[in-house]
Design a protein. Structure first.
Length: 181
């Protein structure tokens, strides 16, 4: 009789632990930053300037959100040199199940690689459509570097750690709003 009761108690305790772990996981805000070099934190060319991933805007955004009491995980899915076609092609692997918000930074690589605006717009629309079908909210970062002039690296296109911090600070309220917080 004692053994049966002990097993029931142990089973109930295990069920509560699993339930609590599930609730804790459900309360994590999972965000993916999908983009090119500025998302990744990399520069371009022979100088290969950039910042460590720990200083790129996705990591800084995660820190800001956590400091604001949001249990957030911001995954950096930036790939230097990527185009919107590349982002579309890797969308399913870059945005795992459980993601609630994607920050899409399409960048300027389409134009640099000879792509046209219509193709770029179509890729962005398709990325948004696929994510909406998965009930994932999308924040599109057009004019990504506006107001970051003094925080650009010598190549004129990529950001210093201070530039990434400014982007993260601008994004935090948008992410919180998209999350309903």
């Amino acid at each position: 009789m004692l053994t049966a009761r002990a097993n029931i108690r142990t089973g109930a305790a295990a069920a509560l632990v699993c339930l609590w772990a599930g609730v804790a996981e459900a309360q994590t805000l999972n965000v993916v930053a999908l983009g090119a070099s500025n998302t990744e934190g990399r520069g371009r060319g022979a100088t290969n300037m950039g910042v460590p991933r720990s200083q790129a805007y996705p990591a800084q955004l995660e820190s800001i959100l956590r400091a604001q009491g949001v249990n957030a995980r911001v995954r950096n899915a930036g790939v230097a040199g990527d185009t919107t076609a590349g982002m579309l092609a890797r969308l399913s692997s870059a945005v795992p199940a459980g993601t609630q918000i994607v920050i899409l930074q399409p960048g300027g690589n389409d134009a640099r690689r000879g792509g046209d605006e219509a193709g770029r717009a179509a890729n962005i629309a398709e990325i948004q459509r696929r994510l909406a079908a998965r009930n994932i909210k999308v924040i599109v970062l057009e004019r990504f570097g506006q107001g970051i002039g003094e925080h650009r690296l010598a190549d004129g296109q990529h950001f210093s750690a201070a530039g990434h911090a400014a982007v993260a600070a601008r994004l935090a309220p948008q992410v919180r709003a998209a999350a309903g917080q």
